[in-house]
Design a protein around this ligand. Structure first.
Ligand code: PMP
Ligand code: GLU
Length: 394
């Protein structure tokens, strides 16, 4: 029989996305006619605001259907940076310091491909979103996980014990997927100070910055002088309920943005034209759209409170109350040590889909991620089935 020659070692090294994997399994069950309660993938349960949809249709009708500059249309780059410049008193330049990408995920990917070389050390503060691992594994970088959830030592000491002159970049996500932790200003200052002392870059994924509950969001950009070593990741997916539109961006030093642009030219040419024009209305009708976002936020808060209440009623599990984003990350290890096995068993027996904690880093083992971006009914039913499964003898 014909045997394939060996394929790319680098591509083989990429781990499968733990979040998308479970979604695929549960969608396959649905195709077989099984009703699944989805508390798995992280996307807003709302529809994209009408103003944005209409603007996309208008852009299509106007023939805005051609390639755009590879970094994205100037108007959108400028509108985004105007907001940052005003908020953080910066002077970021739309021609130099920003690139629009097809989803924030591609910003993460091309930023890491631009910063990290084979053998470089990358520090990831975990548990955290699954897709930071893939580009580093692809490159052959060395991943150093710092479990900031489970270790009790002081934040600075904890980081210091993993950081060295070999550290090339530190990755942090705030508000955090999956724990909901929002970094405090003093924690960001520690990261800033260490990045100066040890001369490393910092990639801060702020995609949930719009969604905090009882605590205030702080950006590392509040420390202006860090701008030459920080890349900020954000996008339209979560805030404007636009996950399928694929629109994100990265803000950073010109040298990094230039490399990201070369990668984008090679990989995708540019983000989709009419999607970029549609996103412009977010700035044009700022107040109107922000009112809608505020209503979505209220619903997320109600869901957060509901999830906390329902999970509190389950014996022998523990969790931190999420301060931001739309996930909760209970420790179920007194029942199940193996979170992947739990997730598959729960899906097969109770038809509830959640994400295994181990997908978010070693420290996530023994946990599950529940996305509370779901209807109240689905959330209530889903958590009651989880309880039944855990406590009621499976
Ligand atoms: N960062 C985090 C922390 C996320 O949870 C997600 C969700 N997919 C992303 C980035 C990527 O978002 P997108 O590619 O849809 O813009
Ligand atoms: N970020 C979402 C999640 O964590 C979407 C899936 C993905 O791209 O990872 O579920």
């Amino acid at each position: 029989m014909f045997e394939l020659r060996s394929l790319s070692r680098n591509a083989i090294n990429i781990p499968e996305s733990g979040t998308l994997k479970i979604l695929e399994i549960s969608k396959n069950m649905e195709r077989k006619g099984i009703n699944v309660i989805h508390l798995d993938v992280g996307e807003p349960m709302f529809d994209t605001p009408n103003e944005i949809k209409k603007a996309a249709i208008d852009a299509l009708n106007k023939g805005l259907t051609k390639y755009t500059p590879s970094k994205g249309i100037y108007e959108l780059r400028k509108a985004i940076l105007d907001t940052y410049n005003q908020k953080y008193k910066l002077s970021l330049n739309p021609n130099k310091n920003i690139i629009i990408t097809p989803g924030a995920k591609f910003s993460v990917f091309s930023a890491l491909l631009s910063i990290v070389s084979e053998g470089d050390e990358v520090v990831i503060l975990t548990p955290t979103w699954v897709s930071y691992w893939a580009p580093i594994k692809y490159i052959g970088g060395k991943i150093v996980e710092v479990d900031v959830m489970n270790e009790n030592s002081d934040y600075e000491e904890k980081l210091k014990s993993f950081i060295s002159k070999k550290t090339k970049v530190l990755i942090v996500n705030t508000p955090n997927n999956p724990t909901g932790k929002v970094l405090e200003k003093h924690e960001l200052k520690i990261i800033r100070d260490l990045s100066e002392d040890y001369d490393f870059y910092v990639l801060v994924d702020e995609i949930y910055s719009f969604l905090t509950y009882d605590s205030e969001f702080h950006s590392i950009l509040e420390f202006n002088e860090i701008m030459d070593r920080v890349v900020i990741i954000d996008g339209f997916s979560k805030k404007y309920a636009m996950t399928g539109w694929r629109l994100g961006y990265a803000i950073g030093p010109q040298e990094i943005i230039n490399l990201m642009n070369k990668i984008q030219q090679a990989a995708t040419t540019s983000p989709t034209s009419f999607v970029q024009y549609a996103a412009l209305v977010v700035f044009e009708y700022k107040e109107k759209i922000n009112r809608k976002i505020n209503l979505m936020k209220e619903t997320f808060k109600e869901n957060r409170d509901l999830a906390v209440k329902l999970l509190s009623e389950i014996d022998n599990i523990s969790f931190n109350i999420p301060q931001g984003a739309f996930y909760i990350f209970p420790d179920i290890s007194r029942y199940y040590k193996d979170s992947k096995k739990f997730t598959i068993d729960l899906l097969e027996k109770k038809h509830v889909s959640v994400t295994p904690g181990v997908a978010f880093g070693r420290g996530g083992e023994g946990h599950i991620r529940i996305s509370f971006s779901a209807s109240r009914e689905a959330l209530t039913k889903g958590i009651s089935l989880i309880k039944e499964f855990l406590v009621g003898g499976k």
